[in-house]
Ligand binder design. Structure first.
Ligand code: NDP
Length: 333
């Protein structure tokens, strides 16, 4: 297969919600190696609107019930699952069985067993699986990886990671659909941040649920949560997530200096600084970079830097944090 712009891979977005509409579809207008070829939706009005807006051919529009027919559609190379968390498992497996490469949004699934099924289905189909970890393609976050993993300021001693939203609604408040509260949704970025800044894996976690200020709204999931991750060499990451407070931080303190992002996980406006001064990196379209990298990985037959195994490890850690929160005990990973 030639790696030219004329051999762009076709992506079908599954679930036309906020992230698909506001980020991924616009991102696909900036990609070089892939394009929006199809859509899968439960809403015929959205199908009609997207068909017009993005010039999607009628034959490339599916519902959740006829989705499996996508196997016969040569326009679709990659299926991108952008559904509520609890639906990722079913749809990744259906996409793999249809013989398509798959991108799955974070968190990959609710349990490690589900992640194993998803990885196995893609392996069996001989198709690639990646997770929508856009920050691996964002220059400030990539700089945190470089500074930490290459020990530019010496070995890391301590890390701080916080990600929270002031307001949420809908399926994110349902335990059945989301699998949990802010930890599943945005706290996962703290787990990711600590992992990619240090290049290490946590050995154990402790956690404490925050007091629920709105018991009715948060009757199924936590409103906020603080937790600690213990890494090798005595490194500790102090983390916090919330659905009622805006938080956005990734900071590392190393032997000879600190480095941090004070807006760490947003789509735009990421700000970083080290003990030596402000970071200066260009703005990028994270989603376009992420999807292009996956398309290139497929075309070049190389692994993706954000594979299903990475998503599985995060789900394992998230589940350990919930266990620590529920039992009040230190949980090893
Ligand atoms: P939305 O609620 O905005 O959209 C979800 C879409 O899923 C709906 O619009 C609907 O699409 C479809 N859907 C099918 N069944 C259901 C159901 N039972 N309840 C609700 N929706 C359903 O969610 P987001 O777009 O914000 O999130 C989708 C996924 O993307 C999540 O896993 C989330 O974690 C992830 N995400 C990742 C981000 C990132 O930065 N990487 C940012 C935001 C979200 P339709 O009407 O077309 O059927």
């Amino acid at each position: 297969m030639a790696n030219t712009k004329t051999s762009k891979l076709g992506i079908a977005l599954v679930g036309l919600g906020k992230y698909s509409g506001d980020q991924l579809a616009p991102g696909l207008k900036e990609t070089e190696y892939c394009y929006l070829a199809g859509i899968v939706t439960g809403n015929p009005d959205k199908a009609a609107k997207w068909r017009k807006q993005y010039d999607v051919p009628e034959n490339n529009i599916y519902s959740y019930s006829n989705f499996d027919d996508i196997k016969d559609n040569p326009d679709i190379d990659i299926v991108y699952i952008v559904l509520p968390n609890a639906m990722h498992h079913e749809f990744v497996i259906r996409a793999a069985k249809a013989g398509k490469h798959v991108i799955c949004e974070k968190p990959m699934a609710l349990t490690v067993e589900e992640c194993d099924d998803m990885i196995a289905a893609c392996t069996k189909a001989n198709k690639m699986l990646s997770i929508g970890y856009r920050l691996h393609f964002e220059p400030h976050n990539m700089e945190m990886m470089r500074l930490g993993q290459k020990k530019i300021f010496g070995p890391i001693k301590k890390m701080f990671a916080e990600d929270g939203l002031a307001e949420v609604e809908g399926w994110r408040l349902s335990k059945a659909l989301a699998g949990g509260g802010p930890l599943m949704d945005v706290g996962i970025y703290c787990v990711q941040g600590a992992r990619y800044t240090s290049g290490l894996e946590p050995l154990a976690v402790t956690a404490r649920e925050g007091i629920k200020k709105n018991k009715e709204k948060f009757k199924e999931v936590e409103e906020s949560l603080t937790w600690q991750m213990e890494f090798p060499n005595g490194i500790v990451a102090e983390c916090k997530t919330s659905y009622s407070e805006q938080l956005n931080l990734l900071r590392a303190e190393a032997e000879n200096g600190w480095f941090e992002l004070t807006t760490a996980y947003e789509y735009t406006g990421i700000e970083g600084e080290t003990i030596q001064g402000k970071m200066k990196f260009p703005k990028v379209n994270q989603q376009a970079k992420q999807m292009d990298d996956f398309a290139r990985a497929i075309l070049d037959r190389r692994p993706t830097p954000v594979p299903g195994e990475m998503g599985r490890q995060d789900v394992k850690i998230l589940n350990a944090i919930y266990k620590a929160m529920e039992t009040g005990k230190r949980v090893t990973i």
